[in-house]
Design a binder for this molecule. Sequence first.
Ligand code: FAD
Ligand code: DHB
Length: 390
Amino acid sequence: MKTQVGIIGGGPSGLLLSQLLHRRGIDSVVLEKHTRAHVLARIRAGVLEQGFADLLRLAGCGDRMDREGEVHEGVNIAHGEDLHRVDLHGLTGGRTVMVYGQTELTRDLYEARDAMGGVVIHEAEDVQPHDLTSDAPYLTYRQGDELHRVECDFVVGADGFHGVSRKSIPADVLTEYEKVYPFGWLGVLSRTEPVAPELIYARHERGFALCSLRSRVLSRYYIQVPLTDRPGDWSDEAFWAELKRRLPSDVGRRLQTGPSIEKSIAPLRSFVAEPMRYGRLFLAGDAAHIVPPTGAKGLNSAGSDIQYLYHALLDHYERGDDSGLDSYSQKALARIWKAQRFSWWMTSMLHVFPDSPAYDRRLQETELDYLFSSEAGLRSLAENYVGLPY
Ligand code: FAD
Ligand code: DHB
């Protein structure tokens, strides 16, 4: 098989890029390791920056998001019994975020790919990129006993943190930066009315908690847990009781509880691999970087990579201009590191770090005190939360 852009990974990054390119007449093949059902069963991000929402619209995939998603003009931060609203809209000159689940937008992208006859090959096993530093790279994969080959001009590694793309860059070319946090997030999805119309990020001496939502009848909640915990250790009753304890009491009293539809634990990690290009391989999304979820920057960081890469590939194919491809890694990383900084800052401010000295805990409290007494502080939080410009 021959194509222009060979994309490894059928998550949001790979699907979005392939959809954007197809609408400009650029051919791609997406190789995804799992089944579509498996990809769509993963409950992940829920908050989209305006730039990401615009990219989905540009891909022709924004209709359902615009109908069913919720535009949020504010977000709340709780500290013990105090609840502060951050007026995102007012502090950023009218910018907002869109609450729309990653599962839903991935479903929309798959449907758009189907409607255009896009090639997404599922259950592609042992995907391997080859000859990345030549002018004629290619991918191989297996389906059952059959070995297939995809010849392409460029390879995009959009295969997430555990994928094969980043690993195919020689170790002496790649620098990896990593920070692992000493806790995880236990997430629960429930068919209950959200406790508040806007998200609440809560710092509490028992640990962090987040109240999020997917719709007026579907809630998503998280609590900080030790890395040693397993989802099975937490009954629904124990989860609700712990969440309630970590919220201001008047919020906790309003909490509607019900059976969990999904319950999982995600470890928290910051990670960046540099550079994001090797020969004709371009890394995008989680394949190159991971953030702890505080601040909702994971999926949105993938979005900025795709925006840069899309324009760089357009310039190559439509104008013979390779400057965008040449500057991709540098440009993407400049924004990525800012999202890393924000996610690290939000995580550091809002979580309980086991065994942290009393001095550090007082500094954390002071960080929040300062934030809520300073319009400059709040504006900085708001401009990062809605997303820095591309
Ligand atoms: P992925 O979504 O990881 O997609 C990569 C795709 O590549 C997958 O479909 C995978 O099956 C496929 N693949 C992997 N290896 C291969 C291979 N060798 N060959 C072919 N295909 C392969 N972000 C937030 O903002 N908020 C959240 O609450 C949040 N929660 C998260 C919870 C978890 C458990 C995880 C893992 C991530 C979470 N994130 C969250 C981050 C966010 O979901 C990611 O940033 C986003 O999914 C990145 O999209 P991606 O397409 O780059 O990678
Ligand atoms: C969600 C997850 C996040 O990490 C976050 O910061 C906000 C919302 C969510 O899953 O809804």
